[in-house]
Design a protein around this ligand. Structure first.
Ligand SMILES: Cc1cc2nc3c(=O)[nH]c(=O)nc-3n(C[C@H](O)[C@H](O)[C@H](O)COP(=O)(O)OP(=O)(O)OC[C@H]3O[C@@H](n4cnc5c(N)ncnc54)[C@H](O)[C@@H]3O)c2cc1C
Length: 550
């Protein structure tokens, strides 16, 4: 006898567990299968964007997340970039995420990924529709027209606490290490099973991108000496050294705490192994001084920027690192993975609850894939290449004056302001004619179809985000009464859950530049204006945005 769920999630890393929370809060029955009983203690995935904190707000977990921080409250989240090594005379602190703060409802934060996972796991334990199989491995998946069957086996898997599913020759849990077996049946399966995704493989989904043929080291260590040496800088959390010999790849220290906890990554020769390589010497080179590191973990991954060619095959979906993997340059991984979970979560729930169409499910990949393709190419790979070009072209040894001039220019460069993922080209958004979904955009307080809803304040003093419903919300600011009634009636007849928020069109709300704004469950605007355009009925708008139009 198989256990039956609406959704089975394979992989209970941060993205799988977040998807479980998203679906569980929507009352969808689901199982989360994760091979390790406990989150792995690699302090990766630390920099959480403002948008990610918005997800935690809607999951009711902001206070819990902030309480799980390791860094002191209000410790600045920023980074130093130095030339060659961190004792160099040339260093700067580039503009950070604070530059876009006012466009989001929550502030960004920083904590080790295993702490974030613990917050999500605690929440999932309270959700009655979610069953967790932590310590179980999925080892076979079959789909047909009626559903999907996933075979799972209790692994009894143990690790040193530092196992991870990044690209590279890391562990693999074999199914013969087996305990109890079960078969889970579901309408849909989502693979949140990391870069070497088994679900992606079984779904026959190929990937494209760039393999840099470069081995990377990840070390976790303790050193108070390093903390003291870095007191030459303002308080920041990351320290990046650009050495011309490393062709644009970073040597990178990240704080785990303020005092002694660190992680480090850097390129290493491709034949490096744990036994013969002098990791301490590499750390000294990056720091620009000799210090003692007490290593807790040393691992490797291969530097690639790879995106799956499709995020779906029939009833199988992939999300997070299973769909896109890349080096941790710019904190795009977990933040994008959580956005995948939120994007897919409400769509699966809408379809399973009967008011969303299959086009909505199809739109998950249509929206998310171009964003990550551009993130990988235009923000990560281009960043590596432009650092490489800079280091090849300018050098203080060759021409100090020219180098200093260009280094100053580099210190002012930031791409954070133009990273504004949007779905203008989505088939389930009433976007502008010829709109194309893209990671490139601009931040503004204007409401725009296909874009994240910027914050504003209602006349009651509450934030607009506090008034949003769990499903669709219509913001109506001194709006045409007939147009509001038309949308309400259409929602009722189509069975689309809709909350209407009425207020005056004045103060901050006028910055939206629309009296009617239709917002979907992931806080993206799907339509806005003062009334539906000529020839378009409210029902047309709702059918399109719920993927139910013919
Ligand atoms: C050094 C470093 C620093 C980083 N810093 C940042 C940052 O600051 N910000 C950011 O946004 N991102 C960052 N990232 C990226 C981030 O860590 C990843 O994007 C994130 O872990 C992806 O989460 P995931 O749940 O998709 O995959 P994973 O974390 O890889 O989780 C996948 C899970 O699936 C499980 N699994 C795999 N196969 C099976 C199976 N067959 N059955 C059952 N379970 C299975 C694995 O055990 C694992 O727990 C960093 C990464 C590194 C390496």
């Amino acid at each position: 006898m198989a256990d039956r769920y609406q959704v089975v999630i394979v992989g209970g890393g941060p993205v799988g567990v977040a998807l479980g929370v998203e679906l569980g809060l929507r009352g969808i029955s689901c199982a989360v299968v994760e091979r390790y009983p406990e989150p792995q203690r690699i302090p990766k995935g630390q920099n959480l964007s403002q948008r990610t904190l918005e997800h935690f707000y809607f999951w009711g977990l902001v206070d819990e997340l902030r309480a799980a921080r390791v860094m002191p409250n209000n410790y600045p989240i920023g980074g130093v970039t130095a030339y060659k090594h961190l004792m160099s005379d040339y260093w700067y602190t580039p503009p950070g995420r604070e530059t876009v703060q006012s466009f989001y409802y929550e502030e960004n934060d920083r904590l080790p990924q295993y702490r974030t996972e613990a917050v999500l796991r605690a929440k999932i334990a309270t959700l009655p529709s979610v069953t967790t199989y932590f310590g179980w491995n999925a080892d076979s998946i079959e789909q047909d027209a009626d559903g999907v069957r996933v075979r799972i086996v209790e692994t009894g898997a143990t690790s040193d606490g530092f196992a991870w599913a990044g690209f590279g020759p890391e562990e693999d849990v074999s199914s013969d290490a087996a305990g109890e077996r079960r078969t889970l049946e579901a309408a849909y399966v989502v693979g949140c099973d990391g870069a070497r995704s088994f679900v992606r493989d079984r779904a026959g989904i190929t990937s494209s991108g760039e393999n840099f043929e470069q081995k990377m080291l990840l070390a976790v260590f303790k050193s108070r000496e390093l903390h003291e040496a870095f007191s030459r800088f303002p308080e920041v959390t990351t320290y990046r050294a650009l050495d011309p010999e490393l062709e644009g790849y970073w040597m990178f220290f990240g704080r785990v705490d303020v005092g002694e906890g660190w992680f480090f990554h850097a390129p290493v020769p491709n034949d490096t192994d744990r036994e013969s390589y002098d990791f301490q010497a590499l750390l000294n080179r990056a720091a620009g001084l000799e210090f003692r590191a007490e290593f807790e973990h040393v691992g490797f991954w291969d530097l690639r920027v790879i995106v799956a060619d499709s995020y779906r095959n029939g009833r199988l979906f992939i999300a997070g690192d299973a769909a896109h993997s890349h080096p941790p340059y710019g904190a795009y991984g977990l933040n994008n993975g959580l956005e995948d979970a939120v994007n897919l979560g409400w769509k699966l729930a809408a379809v399973l609850n009967g008011w969303g169409g299959d086009k909505l499910l199809e739109s998950y990949g249509e929206e998310r894939r171009p964003i990550f393709w551009e993130t990988g190419q235009d923000f990560i790979a281009v960043g590596i290449k432009s650092d490489r070009d800079f280091l090849e072209r300018y050098s203080p040894e060759r021409d100090r004056e020219e180098f200093e001039e260009q280094w100053k220019g580099m210190s002012r460069r930031s791409r954070i302001g133009v990273y504004e993922p949007h779905y203008e080209g989505s088939p389930v958004v009433c976007g502008p004619p010829g709109g194309v979904s893209s990671a490139h955009g601009r931040h503004t307080f204007e409401a725009r179809a296909g874009h994240h809803l910027p914050p504003s304040v209602l006349s009651s003093g509450r934030g607009v985000h506090e008034a949003l419903g769990p499903d669709f919300t219509l913001l109506a600011f001194d709006a045409n009464i007939e147009a509001v009634a038309g949308l309400e009636d259409a929602a009722q007849s189509l069975g689309v859950p809709l909350v209407v928020v009425r207020d005056s069109y004045a103060e901050g709300r006028a910055a939206y530049e629309s009296r009617l704004i239709l917002v979907r469950p992931d806080q993206y605007v799907v339509w806005c204006g003062d009334a539906p355009p000529e020839g378009v009925s409210p029902a047309d708008i709702l059918r399109r945005t719920t993927g139910t139009s013919a």
